[in-house]
Design a protein around this ligand. Sequence first.
Ligand SMILES: [Zn+2]
Length: 67
Amino acid sequence: MVVDPVCQKEVDEKSAPGGKARFRGEVYYFCDKSCRAAFQRSPQKYLPNKGEEKELNYDPRMFLGDM
Ligand SMILES: [Zn+2]
């Protein structure tokens, strides 16, 4: 099992109901198509900030909730 990065539910990667999406070389699986759509709109919102690779469309508003 893997964890859906959007809603944190466990998803079986062999039959993920929401399908999967690739981001920066990692594959993520989703419990629902709406979770996948949300992830694809703004993947960084759902992933831990690794503090590297600043994106061209970097948006400082993403970090207002941190700390
Ligand atoms: Zn989900």
